[in-house]
Structures are given as structure tokens and as C-alpha cells.
Design a protein around this ligand. Structure first.
Ligand code: NDP
Length: 307
């Protein structure tokens, strides 16, 4: 039985870890805020570690799912850090949507100890994590991917080897930058239409039968914007981070990328205005505020004062 540790029981980490607690693996969990780990341990009947070092003791695979690669790097050092106990032959499987440069540094440090590293960010959101239908994009050695495949298959439906260490993170960042473009573009377009007298629900009906459609117009806007529900599943702060990573990659690779750079700037602004806890789709509220119109179902109305 594979011996696993899971570190980072956040919005997506928790449903991912739940699939690993089904009894097929020997699992221990760790979370920075202990209360979350304790609640998970009690609900799932798994052990809780009191430090990253404790979590990594005697483990074949340590899974991390934290906001940024810097957060993952910060778990490595000190007497309580992962490096204190990660054994040669073990693998650090990082499901964070991180950045390729920091991951290459982490991989190099682990390699000095004979520990393997894979970046394995996921897409599919909290719903996909709950259903076990995530897409996983991996960076690292193919043989390392085969070793961790049973873990990835517990929460993932499509598992793709993207390339060397960092390739998974790069692919994830570009995917999310495109999501960010779709959200902002749909919000601006629908705001302009609303000002011109076309209702957002009617506009979306037509766009979703036409070539402008996307997951954003087919799902996010009808479910979250037209209804005004704006559930919190993926923080705008995290999408801002992802777009920034994609923009940095394009710059580093000398690819002219005015649209990516502008998108990064817009999401930095939205993040600043909305704060740390707002959902990514709440960026629409920023466009609504600037335009002075609310994109809800039904008769046209001016934007809400809270927007
Ligand atoms: P959350 O903000 O909900 O959770 C973050 C988790 O990381 C919490 O467990 C938090 O612990 C922990 N954490 C934060 N900072 C540190 C630190 N410095 N040291 C140790 N632990 C830390 O994030 P999500 O679960 O939403 O996202 C996790 C990763 O997955 C991100 O990279 C995100 O971009 C990516 N992702 C998220 C998706 C989503 O739909 N939510 C979809 C696809 C990818 P604590 O409980 O103490 O706060």
C-alpha cells in the first residue's frame, strides 16, 4: 500500500485529499491551520501530522496543494520542514498551480537528497475535485509520473505528461490566463450590450449558440453572474497569481504578448479592489462598477452600490 502525506487542505486540496482517504492508501494529512486538519482527520478517519516533517516521515509520496510555489518552498527547511524527513526514493508531488522557475529550484534541492519532484497542477475546479474528474498536467520524468499515477487517478480523469519539471505549471498558468481573458472579455462585452439596451441573459443565449461561446459564457455567467450568486470556489487572488505567471513566462521567452500583459494588469487591479477572499468571477463586479451596469437576469438595472 502506498504511504502518502497530503499537505494543504484548502478549497481544492480538501476534496482531492478525500479521494485519497478511501482506504486504498495509507494517508496522513497536514495543514497550516491545525483545526482544518483535525476536522478532516476526524471526518475521514485518517491520521493528522503536527508538522510537515512529521507528515513526510516514512512516506513514499508527499502531495502539496498550496497557493504558490513560494509557499511550497517555505515548507522544505528547518527541523519541522519536509527535508528533515523526506527519504531518498520518495517523491514530492506538487499539485499547487505554481511557477516553473521556483519548481526547478525545488526539484534541484530535492535531487541532492535523492528525492524526486513532479509539478502536477490540476484543472476542473472544486466540482471536478469532488467528482474525481480533474485534469492533471505533469512536469517531470515519465518514470516518476508512472510511480505516482495511482494517486493522480484517485482524483483525476485525464492525466497528461506535459514535459520536464515546470511544464505542468506553465501549461496551467496559460490555461488560467485564458480563463481570465474570457471572464474579463465577456464582462466588458455584456456591459456594452446592456448599455446599448440588450439584456445580458438574452445576449448570452445568442453568444452560447454562436462562435463567441466559452465555458465562461456557457457556465460561469449563467450560474454565477446572471443569478448574482457569486459562490466562492477559487479566489481572485489565485487567478491574479496565475495570469502573472503566464505573463512572466511570455516575457522570459521573448514572445510579444500585449494581451497577456494587459490581462495581468487588469487582474492585479481587480485583486487589489476585491481583496484576498473574493471569488475570481467577482472580477465581473469591477467591470460592472466601471460601466455602471449590473449583468443580472431580467430587466436592465444599474450596478449595485456594493459592486
Ligand atoms: P485556498 O486558499 O483555499 O487554500 C490554501 C491552502 O494552503 C490552505 O490549506 C492553507 O492553509 C494553505 N497555505 C497557505 N499558505 C501557506 C503557507 N505559507 N504554508 C503552508 N500552508 C499554506 O487555495 P485552493 O485550495 O483554492 O488552491 C490551492 C492551489 O490549487 C492554488 O495554487 C490554486 O491556484 C490551485 N487551484 C485551485 C482551484 C480551485 O478551484 N480552488 C482550481 C485549480 C487549481 P490554512 O488552512 O492555514 O489557510
Amino acid at each position: 500500500m502506498l504511504r502518502l502525506a497530503f499537505c494543504g487542505l484548502g478549497a481544492i486540496g480538501t476534496p482531492m485529499a478525500r479521494h485519497l482517504a478511501s482506504g486504498a492508501f495509507d494517508l496522513i494529512v497536514w495543514n497550516r491551520t491545525t483545526a482544518r486538519a483535525t476536522a478532516f482527520g476526524e471526518a475521514q478517519g485518517v491520521r493528522v501530522a503536527d508538522s510537515p516533517a512529521h507528515a513526510a516521515t516514512d512516506r513514499d509520496i508527499v502531495v502539496t496543494c498550496l497557493p504558490t510555489s513560494r509557499d511550497v518552498a517555505s515548507l522544505l527547511d528547518g527541523p519541522d520542514g519536509l527535508l528533515a524527513t523526506l527519504a531518498p526514493g520518495a517523491t514530492l508531488l506538487d499539485c499547487t498551480s505554481g511557477d516553473p522557475g521556483t519548481s526547478r529550484q525545488i526539484a534541484a534541492r530535492l535531487a541532492e537528497r535523492g528525492v524526486r519532484f513532479l509539478d502536477a497542477p490540476v484543472s476542473g475546479g472544486v466540482n471536478g475535485a469532488e467528482a474525481g474528474t480533474l485534469t492533471v498536467m505533469c512536469g517531470g520524468e515519465a518514470a516518476d509520473l508512472e510511480r505516482v499515477r495511482p494517486v493522480l487517478e484517485a482524483f483525476g480523469q485525464r492525466i497528461v505528461h506535459a514535459g520536464p519539471v515546470g511544464a505542468g505549471h506553465a501549461l496551467k498558468a496559460v490555461n488560467n490566463a485564458m480563463l481570465a481573458m474570457h471572464i474579463w472579455g465577456a464582462a466588458e462585452g455584456l456591459a456594452a450590450l446592456a448599455k446599448a439596451g440588450v439584456r445580458p441573459d438574452l445576449a448570452l443565449e445568442v453568444i452560447n449558440a454562436s462562435s463567441g461561446r466559452s465555458n465562461t459564457t456557457e457556465n460561469l455567467f449563467p450560474q454565477r453572474v446572471l443569478t448574482g450568486a457569486f459562490p466562492r470556489t477559487f479566489r481572485a487572488a489565485l487567478l491574479d497569481k496565475d495570469v502573472g505567471i503566464a505573463a512572466d513566462i511570455a516575457r522570459a521567452e521573448h514572445v510579444p504578448s500585449p494581451l497577456l500583459q494587459l490581462t495581468a494588469e487588469l487582474w492585479r487591479m481587480a485583486h487589489q479592489e476585491l481583496g484576498e477572499e473574493a471569488d475570481h468571477v467577482e472580477a465581473v463586479r469591477v467591470v460592472e462598477r466601471l460601466a455602471g451596469v449590473a449583468l443580472r437576469s431580467g430587466p436592465l438595472s444599474s450596478s449595485e452600490p456594493s459592486a
